[in-house]
Ligand binder design. Sequence first.
Ligand SMILES: Nc1ncnc2c1ncn2[C@@H]1O[C@H](COP(=O)(O)OP(=O)(O)OP(=O)(O)O)[C@@H](O)[C@H]1O
Ligand SMILES: [Mg+2]
Length: 278
Amino acid sequence: MIVAVINCKGGTGKTTTSVNLSAAWAALGFRVLLIDLDAQANASLSLGIAAADLSPSAMDMLFDDVPIESVIRSTSTTGLDLVTGESELASSDLILADLPDREKLLAHVLGSAKERYDFVICDCPPAMSMLSVNAVVAADQYIVPISPEYLALEGLITLLSTISRMKASMDIKAELLGILFTMVNLDRLPTRRREMKIQLKIIRLVQQQYGTDVFQAFVPRDVRLSETAAHGQTILEFAPNSKVATQHIRVADEVLRRCGITNQADDSMKREEEGHGQ
Ligand SMILES: Nc1ncnc2c1ncn2[C@@H]1O[C@H](COP(=O)(O)OP(=O)(O)OP(=O)(O)O)[C@@H](O)[C@H]1O
Ligand SMILES: [Mg+2]
């Protein structure tokens, strides 16, 4: 299954979600490929790739006919592979401007490689650039991470209507897998109370408007999610017993439920229990 993690607005938690959701699925026993489609290469850097070592990247796979197998690399997380991003991706729109079928390039280069993975996750850049359009065209599902603030809500409305308009004119099968709240303030300090009230108001508003399209699981605000990037680790490696790590497993589980996919870890635990019971 191909999942695009997308929001035109910057800094809503796309990369943090892509990296840690990928790690959570890998921890649950799934084979995951994360494709970093952002020129900032934040997902790649967060997974411990040095800035000088980003090449070969999605750039080579998309624009230089380098086979995807040659750009996929393994990560320190078992079961999680990566195609890196790099700064040259910033010129994608210019390169793609005159190409026929330019919105289908990613779907084309993914080819049969996607069959080797349970999940292929695309971390999109913060704009509806041609790379984001390619991710939506290639995807079966898309996740929209948003932070609970007024401007993020406006961004959500714009994004969803842009995708509906694209669906009217392009061959897009991707469905909304869910709207995921990130950076939710659970801090009960008096100085944070006003922020918490505003966040709750926005969350309720989005829940009223989008109903079950909103994930029940959410990602709390936790500074360790920023720290992990500096250590080149996922939250599951950096703070495996933290609430924020558990919440990413919850999000991963909720996606499985929404897609009717069996959790292999649960299955093998059940098999073990049955074995012990005999
Ligand atoms: N739940 C969280 N708690 C605390 N900090 C967070 C959380 N999620 C993300 N951050 C931090 O907020 C910043 C933006 O997050 P992130 O890079 O994931 O957003 P993005 O949507 O991918 O941004 P961009 O649009 O630039 O690609 C980063 O510094 C990240 O470490
Ligand atoms: Mg990002």
